[in-house]
Every structure is written in C-alpha cells, then in structure tokens.
Design a protein. Structure first.
Length: 329
C-alpha cells in the first residue's frame, strides 16, 4: 500500500492528479489549501493537515484528494474517519476510471479495516422507541456495532417513559467494546404525586376539614371533657380541703362534754356538708378525666406510637391536695 511520503506527494501533485478544470477563484483556493495541507503533513502536523484537506474536498471532491485526506486522518489516529475517506476515494476513483487511485484506496481500505474500533450498544429488551446518539450524532444500532475513532465517546439513549441514559465509553484500536444500557423507568406526574402523598402519614384524616384531628394527640372532644374534668377535680379537691380544715377547727373546740360555744356544732355540720360536696365534685371530675382518657385511647386506633407526653394529675390524701405528673393519657 502507499505510505504518506514525499514520493506520494509528488505522485499526487495536485488534489486530482489529473487534468484540472479551468482556473477559478474557488479552484485557486482549493489548490492553495491542498498545498498547505501537504506542507503540514510533511511537518507531521497531521491534525492541521486534516483540516486543510477537509476544506479541499468541501470545495470539490476528487479520488486523490479524498485519499490524501484519509492518510492524514489515519496518521492523526482518526481510524474510522480514515476508513470512510478511503471508501469514498475508492468509489469516486471507480466512477472516474482512475485505476491507480482505485488500487491505492482499495489497498489502504483493506489494511485499516482490522484496526478500526467498534462499539456495540445493547438496549434492554422490551424498550420501544429508543433513540441513540454518539457524540451528539444520531446513530442506528446493529448487532455488528458502529465504527468509531479510538478514544472516549459519549453515548446517550432516550426512550419514552424512561430517564435518559448518558455515559462515557472509551474505545481502543482493533477492539470491539460492548455497552449494556440500563434504562430506569420515569414516573409520570400523577404517579409521582401519588407516591409523595403515600409517603405522608394520614391517620385520623377526614374529608371534612372540621373533623380532621392531630393523629398524635387527643380529639377536640376529649380535650374539652378532660379540661372540664380537670377543673372539676381541682375545684372538688379545694372544696374538700377547705371543709376538712373547718371541720377540724370545729372539732377541736368540742369534746364529749360539749362544745365551747353553741355555734361550734353548727360550724362542724356545715364543714361536713362542704366536705361531702367536695367529694361529689371531685368524683365527677375524676370520672370526666377517665372518660377523656378512654375517648383518646379509642380514637387513636392504629396511630403510630410516639414518645409519652406528660400529663397533670390531682390526688387528695390525708396531707391535703397533691399534684402529680404522669405519662400520656
């Protein structure tokens, strides 16, 4: 096969190597670009030479100009691009009857074939409508894979109902690389809202806003009953303690022989009545507190357990009124 050497450059001579069209501004520019590319290639500045030869074939393509571009691309490591240029050079040479250029392009094409990297992209089964792009360019997938230049490439796969797959993959000369695509389903807006709502606890919630209660606390009715019971308990206890004090004072002024003053007996009887009334009110209050506690427990149902909350309690003993703090009702 040909090698890119001074002899090759002499053989190429001009971007066509054959009779040239009448000089025009475009043809003059084309020839100047071709000569610049040759000088850059001789200096080993292959990337710059590729750019010049690309501009040459953009003005007007020809088999030998295409072949020269392919050699510059091969030297710069762009193997897949070089193979494509050689293939176009061979096709154009056959069309124009340039047997020498056709032979050179065919030989170069056969030699580079085994060096071009391939990338095989495997989509998950059952995914319809997937679109794949490599380095921003849409590609059609096949079992044989796609030919790419060696190096890193970005593969993006989009499919309806799935999140985009975006991954960088490296290819190397003479090797086939496989990339297995994993597509994650994307929830629809309604499903997202439903999932978010399901994640929020909804204990003791009614369609009537007025009936919605705090799932972690007692219902409003239990609060009212408990508050009334607490007030009654406190009032009854105070009434009993006051009556107890008055009764003790009256009893101290009396003995088996009689009372010190005629009114002491009446005072004792009044204090006893006050104690009885305090007992009754106290009993009603405690009953209301117990009812509120039962109401709370029943309404809680299957509500999640939370740390115990402190509660206030009252008790009456021989020492008077006692206040206690306990756990959750």
């Amino acid at each position: 096969m040909w090698s890119f050497s001074v002899a090759t450059l002499v053989w190429l001579g001009a971007p066509d190597g054959r009779a040239q069209p009448q000089p025009t501004a475009g043809e003059a520019q084309r020839t100047a670009l071709f000569e610049e590319g040759l000088h850059l290639a001789e200096a080993g500045r292959w990337a710059e030479a590729v750019e010049r030869f690309q501009r040459v074939v953009a003005i007007r393509s020809a088999p030998r100009a295409r072949f020269t571009l392919g050699q510059a691309e091969e030297k710069s490591g762009r193997l897949a691009s070089a193979k494509a240029s050689y293939a176009l050079s061979l096709e154009e040479a056959r069309q124009t009857g340039d047997e020498e250029a056709a032979g050179a392009a065919g030989a170069a094409l056969a030699a580079i074939e085994r060096r071009v990297p391939r990338l095989v992209v495997q989509l998950p089964p059952g995914v319809a409508g997937a679109q794949t792009s490599v380095d921003g360019r849409h590609v059609e997938l096949s079992d044989q894979g796609m030919e790419l230049d060696p190096g890193e490439h970005r593969v993006v796969v989009r499919a309806p109902g799935h999140k985009p797959f975006d991954q960088a993959v490296a290819t190397s000369e003479g090797r086939t690389t496989e990339l297995r695509v994993q597509l994650e389903p994307e929830l629809k807006a309604a499903e997202k809202a439903s999932s978010a709502e399901a994640a929020v606890p909804r204990a003791n919630v009614s369609d009537d806003p007025g009936l919605n209660e705090d799932p972690w606390g007692p219902p409003a009715g239990a609060w009212i009953l408990g508050t009334a019971g607490l007030a009654a308990t406190a009032g009854g206890a105070v009434l009993y303690v006051i009556g107890q004090g008055a009764y003790d004072e009256a009893a101290a002024a009396c003995s088996e022989a009689g009372c010190a003053a005629p009114g002491n007996a009446d005072d004792g009887n009044a204090a006893r009545g006050q104690m009885i009334a305090g007992d009754v009110v106290l009993g009603v209050g405690l009953g209301a507190l117990a009812g509120a506690a039962v109401w709370w427990a029943v309404s809680a149902g299957q509500a999640p357990t939370e740390p115990a909350r402190p509660r206030l309690g009252l008790a009456v003993n021989s020492n008077g009124l006692a206040v206690t703090v306990g756990g959750q009702l």
